[in-house]
Design a protein around this ligand. Structure first.
Ligand SMILES: Nc1nc2c(c(=O)[nH]1)N[C@H]1C(S)=C(S)[C@@H](COP(=O)(O)OP(=O)(O)OC[C@H]3O[C@@H](n4cnc5c(=O)[nH]c(N)nc54)[C@H](O)[C@@H]3O)O[C@H]1N2
Ligand SMILES: Nc1nc2c(c(=O)[nH]1)N[C@H]1C(S)=C(S)[C@@H](COP(=O)(O)OP(=O)(O)OC[C@H]3O[C@@H](n4cnc5c(=O)[nH]c(N)nc54)[C@H](O)[C@@H]3O)O[C@H]1N2
Ligand code: SF4
Ligand SMILES: [Mo]
Length: 582
């Protein structure tokens, strides 16, 4: 039996035991967080997914040697007009080794994020660094506020830690976990900032604030109180679509309890995502909930925090959510499906038309492989050496090679080929990169933890310039909220992992819109449109439509723009209308 970790982009980063003969996988029962159970993504969908087995050049199946030669020629003709665009199909550490080639060769890579960049920017504004709130601390909480994170779907192993606690869910959708909660705040989408402001203000008014913490550990606490008072209560309640009693209920559920906030990407798919996170962190700071057991805010943590990265990075970067593909002669897409997953797909497609060579390097066929001039099959996680960090728990897990591959190439092998072909220097042995990372970890029995691990993060100081928590100083928002149009929500789907595996193909609507089950409807935004069959559900607010992320075509609706901070995609900074199809 070999011990490895799930490579999929998921909070849980499960520990996996594999039988090298039968390749049967099971969860490792002794893992402190994931404790044994694997979800159906790895257990079923991953096994069933059909891999790309042969390389292709211009639609013709070729040998790996021929395909690599075509890749090298495409890079050579591009010179420095070469872009490496990496996604998160596999979040193993060694995925980034191809960046080492780009650094040596002189091309471009991306920065920014399609995922949690706006929220992370907000966390960093307030706390200086985004540290992991360890599971032990979450276990000690008395109340958990699940805020824009769909825990039972996207973070299933966390469910165990929520048992027997007061559970409050803040989500515009009545999700499964919302139905289990003591209180569900089904607020209007994009109103989380105002809810956080209201709650913070009432903490002061009800004497639920921690004056000592504010005085000793926060910058300009007096000023923050004035800032909170600059928002009118009635207007905030109206924005959130709640009444004063709802707010009272939430405060009552939190009263005298150690609280943990589990914040997900749902709150920050907007231009103002950084400010939302800083306001939620601000609420926790007002309550004195940093650096103590059973308290804190858990957002997707920076998994590289505390590590010295042994992989060189190219200094030349373009912002990922608006990657100007058309500016590059050759684009190498690795572990990603930008032609489905990027916001503003009409623009992405147009840009991609202008790139002379699109190279797709992945496991499965998708919208991007369909358009690529060169297709390179990758090896899967059982067929190569790697290491798994996590944004959901502090454990670092080696991922040794479990079996020989029958086809495909690993990221390291591709990098090695490119170093040789272009006469570049400086690539180290594969093992050296992995060992350098492992050597920096903290050992705890048979498990390794990130060097940034702290049992009570921010207990003595924040990593800001002042060493204190920094509150938000101004609120900036210029979104034009058209009355009568509907919010577009695109949360993660239960059966797909972004665009991998079983993708959804419906729009979910409240029955009040008058569409029949499975009737096709055209959903239109200022950026594009898509037609999808309807599923009706009164779990969705009347002012919203829900299309799961990964649904083909959903990103024709989303805006090709970036958040104010964090260079992040803003998938929900858009409103839509519905059109009957005659
Ligand atoms: N099954 C499955 N699991 C996954 C993934 C997957 O594709 N499928 N993807 C993985 C990846 S890449 C990521 S980044 C994580 C993300 O996982 P999560 O952080 O859970 O993110 P989402 O599912 O996008 O959205 C979470 C919740 O936010 C709610 N929401 C939407 N808009 C708002 C809003 O304005 N305010 C509030 N308060 N809530 C809102 C949605 O209804 C949803 O229930 O999941 C990972 N896990
Ligand atoms: N509307 C909307 N769009 C979204 C989101 C949303 O909430 N709403 N969420 C966004 C988020 S949070 C994310 S993280 C992105 C994810 O978007 P992407 O990063 O583009 O990820 P996937 O769509 O899962 O595509 C991953 C591809 O990686 C390939 N792959 C898997 N394993 C390996 C490997 O080991 N090596 C190589 N070379 N390739 C491999 C597979 O072929 C797969 O098709 O989507 C974003 N798109
Ligand atoms: S829960 Fe997440 S990490 Fe665990 S097996 Fe499923 S996809 Fe992989
Ligand atoms: Mo993500």
């Amino acid at each position: 039996m070999k011990l490895t970790a799930c490579p999929l982009d998921c909070y849980d980063a499960c520990s996996v035991v594999v039988d090298p003969e039968s390749l049967k996988m099971a969860g490792a029962p002794s893992h402190p967080f994931t404790q044994g159970a694997l979800c159906s993504h790895l257990n079923r969908h991953y096994r069933e997914a059909e891999r790309i087995r042969s390389p292709r050049v211009d639609g013709r199946e070729v040998s790996m040697e021929e395909a690599l030669e075509a890749v090298a020629n495409a890079i050579e003709t591009a010179g420095e007009d070469f872009l490496l665009y990496r996604g998160s199909g596999n979040v193993g550490f060694m995925q980034q080794i191809t960046e080492e080639f780009v650094a040596a060769y002189g091309g471009w890579t991306t920065d920014g994020s399609l995922c949690d960049g706006a929220g992370q920017a907000g966390v960093e504004e307030g706390r200086g660094i985004s540290l992991m709130l360890p599971p032990e601390s979450i276990a000690e909480a008395e109340a958990v506020i699940v805020w824009g994170r769909n825990v039972s779907v996207t973070d299933p192993h966390m469910m165990e830690l929520l048992k027997e606690k007061t559970l409050i869910v803040v989500d515009p959708v009545r999700t499964k976990i919302a139905k289990m909660a003591d209180l569900h705040m089904q607020i209007r989408p994009r109103s989380d900032f105002h809810l956080a402001v209201l709650l913070s203000r009432f903490m002061f008014m009800e004497d639920m604030d921690d004056a000592d913490f504010m005085e000793e550990r926060c910058e300009d606490a007096d000023w923050y109180f004035d800032f909170l008072r600059s928002f009118r209560v009635v207007e905030c309640l109206d924005r959130c679509d709640i009444v004063l009693d709802d707010l009272g209920d939430m405060l009552y559920q939190m009263l005298n309890k150690k609280c943990v906030f589990l914040v997900g990407t749902g709150v920050q798919k907007y231009s103002i995502g950084d400010q939302v996170l800083q306001a939620i962190d601000g609420l926790a700071a007002v309550m004195g909930f940093f650096g103590k057991p059973g308290c804190g805010v858990s957002f997707l943590a920076d998994s590289m925090a505390g590590f010295d990265n042994p992989v060189r990075q190219s200094p030349k970067k373009v912002a990922r959510p608006v990657a100007p593909f058309g500016r590059f002669k050759t684009v190498l897409v690795q572990g990603a499906n930008p032609l489905a997953q990027m916001p503003g797909l009409n623009k992405v497609e147009e840009e991609m038309e202008h790139a002379d060579h699109l190279i797709y390097f992945g496991l499965y066929e998708n919208e991007t492989s369909a358009r690529a001039h060169i297709v390179l099959p990758a090896k899967d996680f059982l067929e190569k050496e790697d290491l798994r960090l996590s944004y959901g728990h502090p454990y670092v897990q080696p991922m040794p090679k479990v079996k020989e591959a029958e086809f495909g190439i690993s990221e390291y092998e591709l990098t090695q080929f490119l170093f040789d072909r272009f006469g570049c220097d400086g690539l180290k042995e594969e093992k050296e990169y992995i060992q350098t990372m492992l050597d920096q970890c903290i050992r705890e029995g048979e498990w390794l933890k990130s060097p940034a691990y702290e049992n009570h993060p921010y207990e003595t100081a924040f990593e800001t310039d002042s060493g204190n928590f920094e509150f938000l100083e101004e609120f900036e928002d210029d979104f034009d909220d058209e009355e009568g149009e509907l919010w577009l929500l695109t949360p993660k789907s239960p059966h797909s992992l972004n665009s991998q595996f079983r993708r959804e193909n419906h729009v979910r609507l409240h029955p009040c819109h008058g569409f029949a089950e499975d009737e096709k409807v055209r959903i239109v935004s200022e950026h594009g449109s898509v037609e999808l069959p309807v599923k009706t559900s009164d779990d969705i607010r009347e002012d919203s439509v829900l299309i799961y992320a990964g649904t083909p075509g959903v990103n024709y609706l989303t805006p090709p723009m970036m958040s104010l901070m964090g260079k992040s995609a803003c998938y929900q900074e858009v409103k839509v209308t519905l059109e009957k199809i005659q």
